[in-house]
Design a protein around this ligand. Structure first.
Ligand SMILES: *[C@@H]1O[C@H](CO)[C@@H](O)[C@H](O)[C@H]1NC(C)=O
Ligand SMILES: *[C@@H]1O[C@H](CO)[C@@H](O)[C@H](O)[C@H]1NC(C)=O
Ligand SMILES: *[C@@H]1O[C@H](CO)[C@@H](O)[C@H](O)[C@H]1NC(C)=O
Ligand SMILES: *[C@@H]1O[C@H](CO)[C@@H](O)[C@H](O)[C@H]1NC(C)=O
Ligand SMILES: *[C@@H]1O[C@H](CO)[C@@H](O)[C@H](O)[C@H]1NC(C)=O
Ligand SMILES: *[C@@H]1O[C@H](CO)[C@@H](O)[C@H](O)[C@H]1NC(C)=O
Ligand SMILES: *[C@@H]1O[C@H](CO)[C@@H](O)[C@H](O)[C@H]1NC(C)=O
Length: 277
């Protein structure tokens, strides 16, 4: 008898925390009936979903509750998991954490660095938003570029990049300033990209005492606010590498005719809304 009660005591808190973390939809219609509509505090609207039959193919979310708050992870079979921080059904966009921050630092003798990457190619429904994201390069003798292949035309390489240059910390755009190639620069990306590879432009750089490190990363242009502090030490990387910087991804559905036009699913089908179809 005692063992049954003990079992309940063990189960009950577990059930409560499961219920709190996975709020099952009852009153709102953002998820399919009987499916969790939240992971922690974050709403998970359909076509995204948690659990069997709760998501559209390619939109499976796992709610990782080993952290507080729980983490919303866009699942892929290849284990190339992407953490999401916001989903906007109206705009067809989600915010992902990009931990792929490339850097290059002068250590007093030579340059050392890290070329990072971030790919969506294991998440076929998603592409980088070319409206919200910019390839941003930070530094005072920084020249970085990236290459990418457009999903729609596999044969055509795409290249972009920029150069940022300044003579001193005073000779920059200043805290909160627009990236104007003095301290940071931005380059637009083409539509239809799901992957990019970063390269540094100079074979041999000239070391700057006041700015040892340069960075390059694709991110939400509105999120990044230039700070002179970003030019000191390894500050920008150390501040951001654990969580990552926000990058906006948007989604397209291949079978637009079947589900979006014939009204098989509820209309307007949120999965049909996209910036690139
Ligand atoms: C959910 O859907 C039902 C049936 O379509 C509708 O009656 C109800 O008002 C909806 N609830 C919300 C919160 O949108
Ligand atoms: C949840 O996150 C923890 C910590 O990052 C990780 O070790 C674990 O594998 C994750 N669990 C799942 C199911 O992804
Ligand atoms: C979602 O996107 C729409 C359209 O771009 C915008 O008007 C709205 O403010 C966004 N919602 C949130 C919560 O960001
Ligand atoms: C991307 O970065 C990871 C981690 O640094 C590395 O293991 C992987 O080989 C890189 N992939 C490409 C295509 O560069
Ligand atoms: C930068 O500006 C400050 C304040 O105007 C000044 O005191 C400092 O000497 C300047 N530094 C350089 C390297 O020009
Ligand atoms: C960028 O802005 C700063 C501050 O306004 C200015 O001093 C600098 O010359 C500008 N750089 C370029 C390349 O226009
Ligand atoms: C959708 O229908 C149009 C017109 O019938 C056709 O040209 C197009 O290839 C179809 N698209 C898909 C993804 O099936």
């Amino acid at each position: 008898m005692g063992s049954v009660e003990q079992l309940q005591c063990l189960l009950f808190p577990a059930l409560i925390s499961l219920f709190l973390a996975l709020h099952v939809s009852a009153t709102s219609n953002i998820s399919l009936p009987g499916c969790p509509d939240k992971c922690g505090n974050m709403p998970i609207p359909y076509p995204f979903g948690i659990g069997t039959s709760c998501f559209r193919d390619g939109f499976e979310i796992t709610c990782n509750q080993s952290t507080n708050p729980p983490r919303v992870v866009l699942w892929s079979e290849q284990e190339n998991n992407i953490e999401l921080t916001k989903i906007n059904i109206t705009s067809g966009e989600a915010y992902a954490n990009n931990k792929g921050i490339s850097y290059k630092c002068y250590n007093g003798r030579s340059f050392e660095g890290h070329l990072a990457n971030f790919t969506l190619k294991y998440h076929r429904a998603f592409l980088f938003s070319n409206k919200q994201n910019k390839f941003i390069v930070i530094g005072c003798s920084a020249f970085a570029y990236f290459s990418a292949v457009r999903v729609s035309s596999e044969l055509r390489d795409y290249w972009s990049g920029c150069l940022s240059y300044c003579l001193s910390l005073n000779d920059t755009t200043g805290n909160g300033g627009r990236c104007n190639c003095s301290g940071c620069c931005t380059s637009t990306i083409a539509a239809g990209l799901d992957e990019y590879h970063v390269m540094w432009g100079f074979e041999v750089d000239f070391p700057l005492e006041f700015n040892p490190c340069s960075y390059a990363v694709l991110m939400d242009e509105n999120w990044y606010k230039f700070s002179i502090q970003d030019l000191r030490g390894l500050n920008f990387y150390e501040r951001n590498y654990k969580i990552g910087v926000p990058v906006v991804i948007d989604w397209a559905i291949g079978d637009a005719n079947a589900t979006c036009r014939n009204g098989v699913e509820k209309s307007p089908n949120p999965a049909c809304r996209s910036n690139h179809i």
